[in-house]
Design a protein. Structure first.
Length: 190
């Protein structure tokens, strides 16, 4: 873990322009929705706020009719002991939304998490729950949604938002960072 500390220390925050590799560049029409470059440690894990979250959802084509109810969400993630599919879904959601991280350093803000064995890894590293979730997306997820009555919501998200395009666009970037799925940016003067 100490080998990576320099990537998280305050001294790494500066005003240089940094860029992702071409294969990882977002489509310009979505750039305004992407997180801004962090310039101070206090910005890490800063809440979006309801107003900004609603604005992003609207710009992505989402509406209230696509949002799972608490009961639907509970059906999606299941309760312990979870079946293997719901465990994958639960772990992926946890790894992506645990903005305070599950370590002293807020790793989830960097697309990282700490495994049950205490290892730091990318949320899209081989065998990571979010990559396994991708496999569920094509079939089992729809079965779960149909079983619990929210298939229409899932289908609307797939057809009325750019989610499937994001998945397609993100795959080459993820593959470029194999096997660990870690991508390094290039900064001016470095």
């Amino acid at each position: 873990m100490l080998d990576y500390r320099r990537y998280f220390d305050e001294q790494t925050f500066d005003n240089r322009e940094c860029f992702w590799p071409d294969v990882c560049q977002e489509d310009p029409r979505w750039a305004s929705l992407a997180p801004r470059k962090v310039r101070q440690t206090e910005q890490i894990n800063a809440p979006l706020g309801r107003k900004r979250a609603d604005q992003i959802a609207h710009l992505l084509g989402m509406d209230e009719g696509m949002i799972l109810t608490p009961a639907e969400y509970q059906c999606l993630i299941g309760t312990p002991p979870r079946d293997p599919d719901r465990e994958i879904i639960f772990r992926c959601i946890y790894n992506l939304t645990n903005s305070n991280g599950n370590a002293a350093i807020p790793l989830s803000s960097y697309g990282l998490n700490v495994t049950e064995q205490g290892d730091v890894r990318s949320v899209c590293a081989p065998g990571a729950p979010c990559l396994e979730f991708n496999d569920l997306f094509g079939g089992r997820l729809a079965e779960i949604a149909a079983e619990y009555g929210f298939l229409e919501k899932l289908l609307r998200v797939e057809t009325e938002t750019p989610l499937l395009q994001f998945i397609e666009d993100g795959n080459p970037c993820q593959e470029s960072g194999e096997p660990a799925c870690l991508i390094e940016s290039t900064c001016a003067g470095k």
